[in-house]
Design a protein around this ligand. Structure first.
Ligand code: BGC
Length: 787
């Protein structure tokens, strides 16, 4: 009997193996067989599964495309559809730029500690001007993404800070494409070094939230090429992100996700992009046009899209070869994912280690805007009166999909205590009670509703004048802490947001009156995601520290800088204008809307068509302020330190440009404490042909930590593309012959040293395609000269 059984099992296994072999011979398997063979084996319905995501399932909303299998990781933004027959698993994607965003689907998720590190937001990271530091954040971020079993993070966001009111500016880096592109490349290289994918977004010209799904952005080819695409181009060429997310808006009358010019001609053909493109969630209108544009994947995926694509192939409107090409783009990348490699994730990232990285990145990037009479750093023996709601309730990051489900956020009040300062317990209690009471009266909505429409913060708590005076008598120094938040779905407003609220103004006045009467300094800390007005109060206070939204370790990181444990070395990657009306896009933000043409969109939501014209052209941020002589309150590139730096021995290796040129400068710490300096190189190009900004950033570097008296020589290399502007007539990048000035300095207005060189003949650096041309004339701003 025993003999019979073992023979039977032998026979059986031989039979199974031959069946398996037979199946393997006839059915190609993903990862073993060539991708074209896999695609060839797919039915039309299976092909469509590959290009339409699996649906969307988060608390309060569940929507499936065609696949009903449970999500591999609950509470994240997206999954692709599996195709088991061909060995293709479902891949998964989670938001967002500042940490892994996942909804806690059950109490068990919290009990299992599925929290993620909230990193400092994009605007703060960019203020470091330190790509090595940003890469370090990327590496830690990547470890965490992988540890949670995620294949793609839906970030970084790289759109330009066109206007200070942009609701998602906190997710983005800068008003300048070089800083944006280099910072993005650094974080992408860090993330992807861990074997997980980054998804750079939102491609392109997605610089506002008002009417974001209907907005027609009318913009010149030149402004696109030099500003709104350049950031993506630099990031793509320097880091090859695994994925790119197209944006919600139209560019010059075509939805970005339906634009072959944008996705195939520019991104894939001209820039040589190797990854795949996905839509933003429910973005665009016509799935067939999206396929034809080369937008490989539609996310999160709906049954309507599935049907539309199948019907279009059947009716001959869409060639199946277009699907094949899009699928190939996706599958090639998927071979690298942890899911494909069956990575055994444990849901146990090293959150302790990441706390330190988050804190270091935050402290190293904050910008000291003002420091009269060396009010900062604050001596450890001093007692501090801390005012402002958010000093007790940190805003670690912005709202929407860019928010992070974090285990905690350290407030400034706690950070100061952790650093050993004496703060006022009664004051803390009063604020905490006020905030608790407000929270009880304004309970949070369902998490999905909170994303789109966050419960507003409590109005500024008014401490009585008499109490403020008492605090002034008993404390050595005051901090007034100003908080702002914004995010996906809406832009900010000038009144009560860009500007201070009346309660904040009143508090600020009471604090400055009371403390200055006792000759005690008042420090303002800004915990904000985008630029606010500082003109109204900067002369009334002694110091201003811009902490942006510093991630979960914010309070500790701010205390590190206020105490001098870390020398502030961040600089502004976005201008603080003297007044909102000075912003070059102010008269075209957020543009026009046409309520009479309103339609009903996804989930029955009213959609109002919108339109915005970028009349400022290439004159965005400092390119505008500097060229037109409009003085900002704090310019692009500006930031103070507790020490001072000398610039010397600036040299060019040649006075004529013959393909490459190097510029060197020596930076010396001339002050009393160790510090790092951000050194910036700007170029002024000849304007005999094309209109050009007075100068543009072409290089930046951060020194090592220099001890007092120590020096470091920095070398920059200029190549032809650094001298070129986009000539719309010939659709090419051209470096015009003539004299160029290299300006090296501590900010865009604080130039320390200049030198000139000559370019004998025009160089056509790159010939591109005619693409994305506007359908109408744009009354575009031109430089001061008439051309
Ligand atoms: C946002 C994207 C995000 C996606 C998935 C969209 O509403 O614009 O940035 O990645 O949702 O959550």
């Amino acid at each position: 009997m025993k003999f019979f059984l073992s023979n039977l099992s032998l026979l059986c296994s031989a039979f199974c193996i031959s069946i398996l072999n037979y199946a393997q011979n006839t059915t190609p398997q993903f990862g073993k067989d060539a991708i074209p063979a896999i695609i060839k084996a797919m039915t039309l319905e299976e092909k469509v599964k590959m290009v339409v995501g699996k649906g969307f399932s988060v608390p309060g909303l569940s929507l499936s495309a065609t696949d009903e299998t449970p999500d591999k990781i609950a509470g994240i933004s997206g999954h692709t559809q599996p195709l088991a027959r061909l060995g293709i698993p479902s891949f998964n994607l989670a938001d967002g730029p500042s940490g892994v965003h996942r909804f806690m689907m059950s109490a068990k998720d919290s009990a299992d500690n599925l929290f993620s590190t909230a990193w400092p937001v994009g605007t703060l990271l960019a203020s470091s001007w330190d790509t090595a530091l940003v890469k370090k954040v990327g590496v830690a971020f990547g470890e965490e993404i992988k540890a949670y079993g995620i294949d793609f993070i839906l970030g970084p966001g790289v759109n330009i800070h066109r206007n200070p009111l942009g609701g998602r500016n906190f997710e983005y880096y800068s008003e300048d494409p070089l800083v944006s592109g280099k910072t993005a490349a650094a974080i992408i290289n860090g993330i992807q070094s861990q074997g997980v994918g980054a998804t750079i977004k939102h491609y392109a010209a997605n610089n506002q939230e008002t009417n974001r799904n209907t907005l027609n952005t009318i913009v010149s080819e030149r402004a696109l090429r030099e500003i709104y695409l350049r950031n993506f181009e630099i990031a793509v060429k320097n880091s090859q992100p695994w994925a790119i997310m197209s944006s919600y808006n139209y560019i010059n009358d075509t939805y970005t996700s339906e634009s072959r010019d944008l996705i195939t001609t520019i991104l894939k053909d001209e820039w040589g992009y190797k990854g795949f493109v996905m839509t933003d969630w429910f973005g665009g209108k016509d799935p067939v046009a999206q396929m034809k544009a080369g937008n490989n994947l539609l996310m999160p995926g709906t049954p309507t899209q599935v049907k539309a694509i199948i019907d279009a192939v059947k009716s001959g409107q869409l060639s199946e070869s277009v699907l094949d090409e899009n699928i190939e783009g996706i599958l090639k990348v998927m071979l690298q994912t942890p899911t494909f490699k069956a990575y055994a994730y444990a849901n146990r990232p090293d959150l302790k280690k990441h706390e330190q990285v988050s804190r270091e990145a935050a402290a190293e990037s904050m910008v000291l805007l003002k420091n009269d009479g060396n009010s900062l750093p604050i001596k450890n023996s001093m007692s501090i009166a801390v005012f402002g709601n958010h000093a007790y309730d940190l805003i670690a990051g912005g709202t929407g999909s860019g928010d992070v489900n974090k285990a905690y956020a350290v407030s400034l009040a706690d950070g100061l205590k952790n650093a050993g300062y004496k703060t006022d317990k009664d004051e803390q209690q009063a604020y905490m009670m006020y905030l608790k009471d407000y929270a009880a009266k304004h309970p949070k909505k369902n998490p999905l509703m909170e994303i789109m429409n966050p419960t507003p913060y409590a109005p500024e708590y008014s401490v009585e004048k008499k109490t403020v005076e008492e605090k002034a008598a008993h404390s050595d120094i005051a901090i007034f802490y100003i908080g702002r938040n914004a995010g996906e779905g809406s832009d900010r407003k000038v009144a009560d947001d860009y500007q201070l609220t009346s309660q904040e103004n009143e508090m600020l006045l009471n604090i400055t009156d009371a403390f200055h009467a006792k000759h005690k300094p008042v420090i303002v800390v800004l915990n904000i995601g985008g630029v606010i007005d500082v003109t109204s109060f900067r002369d009334k206070v002694d110091a201003i520290l811009l902490a942006w939204q510093p991630g979960q370790e914010g309070g500790n990181a701010i205390a590190d800088v206020l105490s001098g444990k870390v020398d502030p070395s961040g600089k502004l990657a976005t201008t603080f204008p003297a007044s909102y009306k000075d912003v070059s896009s102010a008269k075209n933000f957020p543009g026009k809307e046409f309520p009479e043409k309103a339609t009903t969109g996804m989930f029955g939501m009213k959609q109002i068509p919108g339109e915005v014209t970028y009349e400022e052209g290439i004159y965005v941020g400092y390119r505008y302020f500097n060229t037109f002589g409009v003085k900002p309150v704090y310019e692009f590139g500006y930031g103070l330190s507790y020490t001072t730096f000398g610039y010397s021995q600036m040299k060019l290796n040649s006075s004529t440009f013959t393909g490459q040129l190097t510029a060197t400068v020596t930076i010396t710490n001339t002050g009393k404490v160790a510090g790092k300096e951000v050194v910036q190189l700007y170029v002024s190009a000849p304007t005999n042909k094309l209109d050009k900004p007075s100068e543009e950033l072409k290089g930046f570097a951060k020194t090592d930590l220099l001890q007092p008296g120590k020096s470091q020589t920095i070398t920059f290399t200029l190549v032809p593309s650094d001298l070129a502007s986009f000539d719309t007539n010939s659709s090419s990048w051209v470096a015009d012959a003539g004299n160029y000035t290299v300006k090296i300095g501590a900010s865009s207005l604080n130039i320390k040293s200049t030198a000139s060189f000559n370019l004998a003949k025009d160089i056509v650096v790159e010939k591109d395609h005619k693409a994305l041309a506007p359908q109408e004339n744009i009354n575009e701003l031109k430089g001061k000269k008439a051309f």
